[in-house]
Structure formats: structure tokens, C-alpha cells
Design a protein around this ligand. Structure first.
Ligand SMILES: NC(=O)c1ccc[n+]([C@@H]2O[C@H](COP(=O)([O-])OP(=O)(O)OC[C@H]3O[C@@H](n4cnc5c(N)ncnc54)[C@H](OP(=O)(O)O)[C@@H]3O)[C@@H](O)[C@H]2O)c1
Length: 330
């Protein structure tokens, strides 16, 4: 074990509320359990689930820290007795159950991935949450194949950008939606083959006429659920990861039957460590080479110092970002 300080700077959620409740404080540096590693954090990604947690709408899973932050990059500072997969000094990025908004965080060693060659700590910190989520849902679950078409809403979100990049790099066709002409143009620039304004009438008819979709990665829910099913091709798969338009959506059961559709959904945060470790192996084998050969570079919107986490949340909630917002830890 390297010499570690007794305490560290973190950003805590003082109480449920707006960005102003994100407050600097000091907490003890945590010790890794037998299967865990301690990471000295250099950068942390900012994700929508942390905004929900800050508002009191998405609590951390049982046993996890209350400090927000679902991903980071840095160096291994200590390891538990049973850890062989990483060692002190290794540069890693990791999917965290929480704790990214701080100088150190503990994580199950199986959730650590090597930093892809050629990436900065800020770029590496922007990867785990969206890459695990996109990989788990569109490749591992929905089994998107080269030549098939993916529809992803919120194409300029952290998740949307990653979905466009990874699906394209794997030989799929991608249709994205977004809320403005500027954002649909950004989707096309990132690599989408077509992009629609989601506030337009009848985008589902245009998509169906344009060959339809084989997989939908959906963060919208609500009224978009039936519209998504309407543009899915026979054998299509619909994966729900959020419900920004509401948790309830009408479904035409006959649509599901006659097109043999498959509906699924998941949250990443609640998956057990063994499941995350299995996904990490697939990601390093299948996705990291695409990042390292330049086929799928992370898109960074803006980097803020850790101490300005509230400003980072304000930017995310204003909805003007394209790609990932990142916190840099001094
Ligand atoms: N289930 C999981 O495991 C999992 C994991 C990670 C994230 N998520 C969820 O995935 C979503 C994206 O996360 P993120 O971190 O990438 O967030 P983000 O960058 O803030 O993106 C949110 C996106 O949602 C779109 N959006 C907002 N309101 C909408 C509405 N009413 N109708 C349609 N689209 C709307 C926005 O599109 P415009 O800006 O164009 O309006 C924006 O692109 C979040 O809801 C998050 O909670 C789920």
C-alpha cells in the first residue's frame, strides 16, 4: 500500500435539491475490502443519474457511498487481499456504484478497466457509465448485428453519443433523434446516418418508410413507447433504460405478436459486481480496440474542476451539452 492521506476532498449532496446542494467537504479515505481496489481519482464523468440522485429521486444501491459519481479514471492506490487483476500504480477507468466526485473511491476490482491507449484521464473517465450501459443493452441484450439499424433518442446525450459511435463502429446503421436542428446536425457529425427532431410529428412514419429499426435504445418512454414499437421491424428488440417522458406507455399487444418483438430494460447501477465484471471482459475485448484504433473516440463537451460540480450539473440540466461533461480532480 502507498502512503495514503487520512481524509480526502469530496462533493456531497447536502440535502435533496438544486445544483447548489453539491457541497465540498472532507471524508475519510475508504479502505478496499478483499475484492476491491482503491482508485486515486484524476477525473470523473458526470451523468444524468447523478442529477436524479441529487434531487432525491435515485438513491444509491444498498451499501454504496452517498457521494455521487458513477465513473472515474485514475491510478490504483491500494488493493484488497484477494485482488490479482490490478496492482498499485495501474492506470484504470472504472464503473463505480458511487463516489466519483472525490479524490479517492473504492470499487470492486472487476469493474476496473485499463485506460485505452492514447486516451487522457478526462477522456477515459467519460467512458465507463455510457459504455457499460450501451454495451449491456444494445450488444449483450439486444444483440445488435452489423447491417441492422439502431434507433436512439437523445442522440447528443452521453448515452446517445456512445450509442451512435459504438453501433457505427460495429457496422450497424444508426438513426438518432434530438430536440433541435443544431443537435440533429451534431448527431450526423458524430456518425448517425439519419437524424430527426423528436418534437416533429410522425418521425416514426418517416423512420418506418426509411427501412425501420431493428433495435431501439430508449430513454424516453411515455408516449414514445408505442411510437418506437411502430417503427420496429419484425424481430425487433426494444430496450428501455429511462423514461424521461414518463414511466407509463401504451402498448399494442398485437404489434408485439405480429412483429415478434422483444421488450426488455435494465438499470446498470443495481447490477451485482459479478455481472459488471462479466460485462467488463466483453467491453475490453470488443469495444476497447475500436476506441484505440480511433473508430469510436469519446466526445467531451466540457471539463470542470471537481470543486465546480454544481456548475457541471447546471450545464447538464440546461441541456445544451453535446457529449460528456467531466470533472477534473487536482
Ligand atoms: N438504465 C441505465 O442503466 C442507465 C444508465 C445511464 C443512464 N441512464 C439514463 O439514460 C438517460 C441519458 O443519460 P445521460 O447521462 O446520457 O444524460 P444526458 O446527457 O443529460 O441526456 C439526456 C437526453 O435525454 C433527452 N431528453 C430529455 N428530455 C426528453 C424528453 N422529454 N423526450 C425525449 N428526449 C428527452 C435529451 O435530448 P435533447 O437534449 O435533445 O432534448 C438528452 O439528450 C438518462 O435518463 C439516464 O438516467 C440509464
Amino acid at each position: 500500500m502507498t502512503d495514503l492521506p487520512a481524509d480526502m476532498l469530496v462533493i456531497e449532496i447536502a440535502e435533496p435539491g438544486g445544483p447548489e446542494v453539491l457541497r465540498e467537504t472532507r471524508r475519510p479515505v475508504p479502505s478496499p475490502g478483499p475484492n476491491e481496489a482503491l482508485i486515486r481519482i484524476r477525473a470523473a464523468g458526470v451523468n444524468r443519474p447523478e442529477v436524479l440522485q441529487r434531487k432525491g429521486l435515485y438513491p444509491p444501491p444498498p451499501g454504496a457511498t452517498d457521494i455521487p459519481g458513477l465513473e472515474c479514471a485514475g491510478e490504483i492506490a491500494a488493493v484488497g487481499a484477494d485482488v490479482a487483476s490490478v496492482k498499485i500504480g495501474d492506470p484504470v477507468c472504472a464503473l463505480l456504484p458511487g463516489g466519483g466526485y472525490g479524490e479517492y473511491a473504492v470499487v470492486d476490482a472487476g469493474s476496473c478497466l485499463r485506460v485505452p491507449a492514447g486516451l487522457s484521464m478526462e477522456e477515459a473517465a467519460a467512458l465507463p457509465e455510457t459504455v457499460f450501459t450501451v454495451y449491456a443493452n444494445i450488444f449483450d441484450d439486444a444483440d445488435l448485428q452489423p447491417g441492422e439499424t439502431l434507433l436512439v433518442h437523445g442522440g447528443t446525450s452521453g448515452i446517445g453519443v456512445t450509442a451512435i459511435l459504438l453501433a457505427k463502429a460495429n457496422g450497424a446503421r444508426v438513426i438518432a433523434t434530438a430536440s433541435s436542428d443544431e443537435k440533429t446536425a451534431a448527431c450526423l457529425k458524430i456518425g448517425a446516418d439519419a437524424a430527426y427532431r423528436y418534437d416533429e410529428d410522425k418521425w416514426e412514419a418517416s423512420i418506418a418508410e426509411d427501412g425501420g429499426a431493428d433495435v431501439v435504445l430508449d430513454m424516453a418512454g411515455g408516449d414514445f413507447f408505442a411510437r418506437n414499437l411502430a417503427c420496429l421491424n419484425p424481430g425487433g428488440r426494444h430496450v428501455s433504460i429511462a423514461f424521461l417522458r414518463g414511466p407509463e406507455g401504451a402498448v399494442n399487444i398485437f404489434d408485439i405478436m405480429r412483429k415478434r418483438l422483444r421488450l426488455s430494460g435494465s438499470t446498470m447501477k443495481a447490477r451485482p459486481p459479478e455481472e459488471k465484471a462479466r460485462l467488463a471482459v466483453g467491453i475490453q475485448d470488443r469495444i476497447w480496440p475500436l476506441i484505440e484504433n480511433g473508430a469510436a473516440r469519446p466526445v467531451i463537451d466540457k471539463v470542470f474542476p471537481l470543486e465546480e460540480a454544481a456548475k457541471a450539473h447546471e450545464r447538464m440540466e440546461a441541456g445544451r451539452h453535446i457529449g460528456k461533461i467531466v470533472l477534473k480532480v487536482a
